[in-house]
Design a binder for this molecule. Structure first.
Ligand SMILES: Cc1ncc(COP(=O)(O)O)c(C=O)c1O
Length: 385
């Protein structure tokens, strides 16, 4: 997988082409938010640059007042007590955090259980750590939930980390607290680290999701990010929280591998966490876009997605077509998506994402309405094999 072109780079090339040729396009490819962060976040960041001109290096694991703010946000959001000194480490987005956490924890030959499709860094990180990967395909018949009970016992015995991601990219799957409790119990019983990627925890469509850390912080860690919920992709900021032994180990390694997130960005995080109103508005906007596009797709006869969804639509393509074929048809309309296959591993010749495409809700509502209209107008072309 790591020898191939990164899936999102492929669609970025299209966007550059469209821009150069001044062609109108509809971008639902790379989940790259287009909104500006809250005005107060911009102000806090600018102010911090001006007031700390001679600052020097930031703290590799995050300034203490920043970790305290994160801890109080987690108390408010999840009603949990997370020690800011020993249980939180600030990271340059979830991507960097996941990579370095994997490199810190995994030893060559350890097994890692990874759902597929999934965000690619989890797999890349395991490969870089020379770990062995056991993929858990996300299938419609299992409500797109990883079937960890089906993993052979011999693999379970050698497993170091099990990864989950809810609300899920790309399937949109959301789970109950009961589901998480069962999973935590399974991991603790088998001495497996449960690593949750919870970067979409506030971009949900139904009920407010629970964090795994509400169940336990024993051998459990969770990754958070402001990229999507606060439209701060460019800031590269997030954090990992959880089990104090694992986090302290990670904190020690961080100084060897990183020099920390710039302190003015850390100021921006503190400000962003004060604005739940911003997140709520953004969530509603994404749901509106999602409804608009998924209604159009269903109206031309495609199967309704299993989850209502917020940031993504995981759409089954027409019978007789692959995701890649449908993706190419949409490109004829200058609509960019991502074929499911690009995000999914092929196991024993089978690819669970082959008949799907992913739409990321990163085009404005106006453009989403236009794209929905184009899809309806081109029903025949899109459906014919
Ligand atoms: C599931 C998932 N995890 C992590 C990330 C990366 O987040 P960040 O921008 O914080 O590195 C993404 C980005 O799309 C994602 O979808």
């Amino acid at each position: 997988m790591v020898d191939e072109i990164y899936p999102f780079d492929r669609v970025v090339n299209f966007i550059e082409y469209y821009k150069k040729k001044k062609i109108k396009y509809y971008d639902f490819g790379f989940g790259n938010p287009k909104e500006a962060p809250h005005k107060k976040v911009l102000e806090a960041c600018t102010r911090a640059i001006m007031e700390n001109k001679n600052k020097g290096y930031p703290t590799a694991i995050g300034e203490i007042y920043v970790r305290k703010k994160i801890s109080s946000w987690m108390k408010k959001r999840f009603n949990i007590d997370i020690n800011p000194l020993t249980q939180i480490s600030v990271t340059n987005g979830a991507k960097g955090g996941i990579l370095r956490f994997s490199l810190t924890i995994l030893k060559p030959g350890d097994y890692v259980l990874i759902p597929t499709p999934s965000y690619p860094i989890i797999t890349t990180a395991a490969i870089k750590a020379h770990a062995k990967i056991y993929f858990m395909p996300l299938k419609e018949e299992n409500q797109f939930l990883p079937d960890y009970d089906a993993v052979p016992k011999t693999i379970i015995k050698k497993t170091k980390i099990l990864w989950i991601n809810f609300p899920n990219n790309p399937t949109g799957a959301e789970v109950s607290k009961k589901y998480l409790a069962k999973l935590v119990h399974f991991c603790q019983e088998n001495k497996i680290i449960l690593a949750a990627d919870e970067v979409y925890i506030d971009l949900y469509s139904k009920q407010k999701p629970h964090s795994v850390l509400e169940i336990s912080d024993d051998n459990v860690v969770s990754f958070f990010s402001l990229t999507k919920s606060h439209s701060m992709a460019d800031y590269r900021i997030g954090w990992v929280a959880g089990d104090k032994n694992l986090i302290q180990k990670f904190q020690r390694e961080e100084s060897w591998m990183e020099s920390g997130v710039p302190s003015f960005i850390q100021h921006a995080l503190v400000e962003a966490l004060k604005h739940d109103d911003y997140v709520k508005k953004l969530r509603r906007e994404y749901i509106k876009r999602n409804m608009t596009l998924s209604t159009a797709l269903s109206s031309i006869g495609l199967q309704k997605p299993a989850y209502r969804g917020c940031f993504y639509i995981w759409q089954k393509v027409p019978k007789g077509q692959t995701g890649e074929e449908f993706y190419n048809k949409l490109l004829n309309l200058n609509i960019i998506s991502i074929p499911g296959e690009w995000l999914t591993e092929t196991i024993n010749g089978k690819n669970a994402g082959k008949n799907y495409i992913r739409f990321a809700m990163v085009s404005s509502l106006k453009k989403t309405i236009e794209a929905a209209k184009l899809i309806k107008e081109n029903r025949k072309m899109l459906l014919e094999n």
